[in-house]
Ligand binder design. Structure first.
Ligand SMILES: CC(C)(COP(=O)(O)OP(=O)(O)OC[C@H]1O[C@@H](n2cnc3c(N)ncnc32)[C@H](O)[C@@H]1OP(=O)(O)O)[C@@H](O)C(=O)NCCC(=O)NCCS
Length: 249
């Protein structure tokens, strides 16, 4: 296992354990062989299968199936319960949580998928959000930043050399989305009312929040090196936890 901000990924240990306050991150590939996907499909609940069936494109259906199956496989290792028996409930804005008996073990998680990769963050006793984005040069990053980011972030992006603006935009995006996912509100939370650092600005942090100023000391942000062409950030309640990086599949 690699420690905090390691830049490579290694095989998961045979047994996982998570002490209070710790966080571990798993990386999964979503485009797997058909037999592997079918095995993961069998772990899904009837509701999850129905949700998978609602995707129009097979690619999206398959990736959702694999991500959910991997999530169940990973959480089974922490809870000790069979993957197919885990139950989820959903917050007001659809953030999934472990439900029933599994909730009392205080295992929190969040996942993000982009293109053919997924990240799974598992934390004990602390709320967590994670966001992964493939850097897509065709995205109209300047107009999105002007419209949705706070003015200080948009201004900091404008001042960067044009050649680094796109990657910096995705860095800001994953930092903001990880934070709103950690809060559980997702994109319903107004992106222009809080500010994160814009690369190469240091420290990497939630710098301000007009709506909830106390959040600045409540959440820590960490960028992860995932794969070339991707950006990812974790937002973890209180910043002092150890981050360990594990691959899966
Ligand atoms: C959560 C959200 C930010 C996901 O954005 P995304 O970039 O498309 O997706 P990601 O891959 O990063 O994350 C998706 C995962 O986050 C989790 N998730 C869903 N809602 C979440 C929330 N409110 N907070 C945190 N995590 C959430 C789920 O596990 C989801 O995976 P799944 O769809 O396979 O179940 C976005 O869907 C959102 O804002 N939802 C909130 C609900 C909302 O505002 N809906 C609009 C109603 S008008």
């Amino acid at each position: 296992m690699l420690s905090f901000l390691g830049d490579s990924w290694c095989d998961p240990p045979a047994r996982v354990s998570l002490n209070p306050g710790e966080l571990q991150v798993w990386r999964g590939a979503l485009d797997v062989s058909e037999p592997a996907r079918c095995a993961l499909w069998r772990l899904l609940s009837p509701m999850e299968r129905a949700r998978a069936d609602r995707f129009v494109l097979p690619l999206h259906r398959n990736r959702f199936t694999v991500a959910r199956g991997l999530l169940r496989t990973i959480l089974a290792r922490y809870t000790g319960a069979p993957a197919q028996e885990l139950e989820f409930e959903y917050g007001e804005f659809e953030k999934p949580l472990l439900a029933g008996a599994f909730r009392t073990r205080d295992t929190r998680f969040n996942l993000s998928h982009s293109h053919e990769l997924a990240l799974f963050a598992i934390a004990r006793g602390r709320e967590v959000g994670i966001d992964l984005e493939r850097i897509r040069p065709d995205v109209k990053h300047r107009s999105i930043a002007e419209r949705y980011f706070c003015s200080a972030e948009a201004e900091a992006l404008r001042r960067l050399p044009r050649s680094s603006q796109c990657a910096a935009f995705f860095a800001v995006w994953t930092r903001k989305e990880a934070y709103v996912k950690a809060r559980g509100e997702g994109l319903s939370y107004p992106f222009d009312r809080f500010r994160v650092s814009v690369p190469p600005e240091r420290p990497l942090a939630l710098l301000s929040n007009e709506l909830d100023p106390r959040d600045v000391s409540r959440w820590g942000l960490t960028d992860l090196c995932v794969a070339p062409g991707y950006r990812a950030t974790i937002a973890l309640e209180q910043a002092a936890a150890t981050v360990e990086l594990d691959p899966v599949v």
